[in-house]
Write a protein that binds this ligand. Structure first.
Ligand SMILES: Cc1cc2nc3c(=O)[nH]c(=O)nc-3n(C[C@H](O)[C@H](O)[C@H](O)COP(=O)(O)OP(=O)(O)OC[C@H]3O[C@@H](n4cnc5c(N)ncnc54)[C@H](O)[C@@H]3O)c2cc1C
Length: 489
């Protein structure tokens, strides 16, 4: 079927069967009657994608109007379950997971509907990068700005996206949401506002299991300059100065190199009095992150094989990044939207991958010391080590969502990072057990290779509560895929 040619709902079932064969790229339009139609997108071949994640939807539909989502959810025979949403497809785990069902691509729901003084209203498919740029044109910004622009607003509302935070109560992007419009598993529309705090808390960690979000309202504030300072420390120095590091105001992001015994502490403080210094340091760092790392990623992963050559290249990247940061240690002032990276539209092309766990702030120096030891022992035994500088963020307590990683108190994330070369997946399996044993909290979208016991240990009653709620609201498992069936039941 050619793009734009109308077909009936009956025909759609045979189209769906056709998609069981490896498809070629293209588009098919579906008609729902009364002028409501949708374009069916034949994706990259289903199955394992380049990031190693396995998915096999029977069909992928691109929604342009939220009414189409209701129609899909109601027609259980035409649109087989699980019905799963996909935003930018930038998750590190299999949380989208098509599993022989219907995957709905939200990229057609791409309108920013209303800019207000303290909020902005947008459809689910709008990318955060675009939203942040358009807000900046109005001298506004989100209260938290992520470093990556690909995230869809719909995913932001329902997944775990922790950010280096400034104050208690706001450490995760979903806590910016004050209103959510969604379609329930039965196809009914529902609007939830901040007045329904508990409901919003559950929906903010629902990963498309309790309903499909099609519109959200997010909090915004006037744009404020941020001063950025760097401190380069050894592990020993970091441990000795930890109390003063966490007591000083500002958001903290760490850049950790276990094999160089280096921790770069990046502190971001709001600074309304600062003049913006366009020293270019930040732009250089951005360029390193955006261009140098991915470029080396493809080289390291596919061309170089000898471990000697590989580590020489890798440490070259790390040296470049560190030199950039060292030069920036005088302090730079910029607006939050300037630190956002635009990665390629397809996640697998970024050639940058990581996994994320969070640990109680009070334990973090000990966790980091153990992690340095773990990395070194792992390298000795398996000759594998992460080849990208590891990240970490300080998170204030945030109870805005049920699966918030800083639900119980202030935390630090730890994010082993890599270009995904051979040995990475095995490293993460061992790292997961290491992290879980140290009381770590994972995420469903940014932690790879999770097992049920990690979830039960980390979330306990919260996981049980969510499971019971999900069973009540979606008894036919219309929205549940095998990934969540395995981890949450
Ligand atoms: C290279 C890289 C860099 C990253 N950098 C950052 C960063 O700096 N900061 C950060 O916070 N995160 C970062 N991430 C993680 C990423 O932002 C999150 O995993 C985010 O959730 C992905 O958004 P997405 O639109 O791609 O979601 P998807 O992967 O498309 O979907 C995520 C989940 O949300 C569900 N979902 C999507 N849309 C809807 C909807 N409308 N209604 C209901 N459910 C829905 C999906 O079914 C799935 O379960 C990065 C990821 C990568 C790969």
């Amino acid at each position: 079927m050619i793009a734009g040619s109308p077909v009936s709902m009956r025909q759609s079932a045979s189209n769906a069967k056709r998609l069981l064969r490896p498809p070629t790229a293209g588009f098919v339009r579906f008609m729902f009657g009364r002028g409501v139609s949708m374009v069916l997108k034949v994706n990259r071949p289903p199955g394992a994608d380049a990031s190693g994640m396995f998915r096999r939807p029977r069909m992928v539909l691109r929604a342009k109007r939220f009414e189409e989502i209701s129609a899909i959810l109601e027609k259980t025979k035409t649109y087989p379950g699980p019905v799963r949403m996909v935003g930018a497809d930038y998750s590190q785990a299999r949380c989208v997971g098509g599993d022989g069902g219907t995957t709905v691509d939200t990229s057609g729901l791409d309108k920013i509907l209303e800019f207000g003084e303290t909020t902005v209203r947008a459809q689910a498919g709008v990318r955060v990068g675009r939203l942040v740029r358009e807000l900046a044109e109005r001298n506004q910004e989100l209260l938290l700005t992520p470093e990556m622009g690909q995230i869809s607003v719909g995913a932001l509302a329902v997944t775990t996206c922790p950010q280096a935070s400034y104050e208690p109560g706001l450490a995760q992007l979903s806590s910016l949401i004050t209103e959510m419009k969604l379609v329930t598993p039965q196809g009914r529309q529902l609007t939830v506002t901040a007045r329904d705090r508990d409901l919003l808390r559950v929906l903010s960690s629902s990963f498309g299991l309790l309903g499909v979000v099609y519109e959200v309202v997010l909090r915004v504030q006037p744009m404020t300059p941020v001063k950025i300072d760097y401190l380069v420390l050894t592990l020993k120095e970091f441990m000795a100065r930890f109390s003063s590091i966490i007591d000083a105001p500002g958001a903290l992001r760490l850049h950790i190199s276990p094999f160089n015994d280096r921790i770069i502490v990046e502190r971001r403080t709001s600074d309304e009095t600062s003049n913006l210094s366009r020293s270019g340091i930040w732009q250089i760092r951005n360029s390193v992150m955006r261009n140098v790392l991915p470029a080396f990623g493809s080289t390291v992963g596919s061309v170089l094989s000898g471990p000697g050559v590989r580590s020489a290249v890798v440490s070259g990247v790390q040296r470049a990044l560190r030199a950039t940061l060292d030069r920036g240690s005088r302090g730079v002032v910029l607006y939050a939207h300037e630190w956002m990276r635009e990665l390629p539209p397809e996640a697998w092309k970024s050639r940058y991958t990581y996994s994320l766990w969070a640990f109680p702030q009070s334990d973090f120096p000990k966790v980091l010391r153990e992690y340095f030891g773990f990395c070194s022992a792992y390298y000795k035994e398996h000759r594998y080590r992460c080849n990208v500088v590891n990240g970490a963020s300080r998170l204030h307590q945030d109870r805005g969502s049920l699966f918030s990683v800083s639900y119980s108190g202030p935390m630090f994330t730890l994010e082993p990072s890599s270009t995904g070369e051979q040995g990475w997946d095995e490293f993460l399996m061992d790292f997961n057990d290491f992290a879980s044993a140290l009381g770590g909290i994972p995420t469903f979208n940014q932690t790879r290779a999770l097992q049920t016991e990690h979830i039960n240990k980390a979330f306990g009653d919260r996981a049980r509560l969510f499971r019971a709620l999900r069973q009540r609201t979606d008894p036919l498992n219309r929205l549940r895929n095998s990934y969540f069936a395995y981890l949450l039941g």
